[in-house]
Write a protein that binds this ligand. Sequence first.
Ligand code: EPU
Length: 430
Amino acid sequence: MASHSTTPGAAADVFRVRGGTPLRGTVSLAGAKNSALKLMAASLLTDEPVELEQIPAIADVPVMAELLAGLGVEVALDSDGGTCRLRAADPHFHAPAAAVRRIRASISCLGPLVGRVRRARLALPGGDQIGARGIELHLQGLTAMGASIIDHGDELEIIATDLHGAIITLDFPSVGATENLLMAAVLADGTTVIDNAAREPEIQDLCRMLVAMGANIQGIGAPTLEIEGVERLTGVRWETCPDRIEAGTYAMAAALTGGDVVIERVRAQDLTMPLIKLRAAGVMVEEGGSSLRVKAAGLDAVDVVTLPYPGFPTDLQPQMMVLLTQAVGTSRCTENVFESRFSFVDQLRRMGADVQIDGHHAMIRGPVPLHGATLAGLDVRAGAAGAMAGLVADGETIIEDIHHIDRGYADFVPRLQALGADIERVRADA
Ligand code: EPU
């Protein structure tokens, strides 16, 4: 079982990858990062115990635990069992800035604090450097629900003494804004409608857990959510949904290397578009009950366009781009969610990839042989994509700044090693 007690992200560690081995074997995955962190934040909504299972052993989880502890939540993270027990008997409103700044998901405490405490104060969150990542949609929605916002410069304070339902139409189906407004609305007075809501499987997971806690939510999985506020929520025991992005990453790594891999604890229905694209690229994908078998021998060019769910996920775009460097023909990849998500392309080019960028469109010509390089400063998904590129590159690839990969992928190196990859975590000077 994955362990939270490793020392992921020690600054001097790097991944050393040597290419050439097709991945073979079975990999079993834990819960989704982008669900687990929100489910942890949702514990703020009740004074009763919340027990979460399948919490992934990623570096962002203890940071979220520290943040919640700083808000007065009792948190017990079981490193070996993947469980997290939380109890927010009497949370306070001011989040500790150091933990807030370390993870983007800290913004997910905003909605639950406003819902439960009617007040929240927190610094602007950290996370990946993949674009502006504003929060105006979160704030506009909360304002429509009766909140006032005080700008303290480096921190924002939200006061919502009279938190009431509202009809909110989001400009864009923002994952974070949908989650925050939902978590405020479940304890607001009256009915809130969130139109153009995000529909990601992780949001559906959060909605279902909230319903199990006594919330009244209609339209789960649809673009319009209707939430009737309730007086209080109860405790819950909940299993985090599987990580579709992690599953997609291993599927693409298997296909890229011409391997044959079974991925366990997957929900294929959460991966509809990535699987359509993999199949279109000539990859054999067999769906079992909760597993996927991915096998490839040769890849064809395909076009992908990132969009909010159920579109192709931006969190799989860098990995798909690496795969397409080995596909026969010209592929086009359009990024619509994060403006800076092509920033890793420069590093991919240094490995020999033929990728031309025009605004938010990329043109990838393949197949071209990749050669080893040292890659630095990549975000969580681009970091994983860089390691994937190393799996098919000639010679040695070094991935620096691996704390980013540790934020989102549990046991990335041991899992790839178990599939036969030549990858290791070493000190930079080794
Ligand atoms: N946006 C705004 N203003 C807002 C809200 C969003 O401009 O008020 C913009 C963002 O700047 C961004 C886009 O809208 O360009 C998407 O933002 P969204 O709110 O949908 O995403 P998020 O909540 O910031 C989550 C995941 C991301 C994932 C996106 C899209 C978490 C902690 N993060 O981010 O995950 O890419 O949804 O699916 O859940 C990752 O795991 O690698 C990752 C970056």
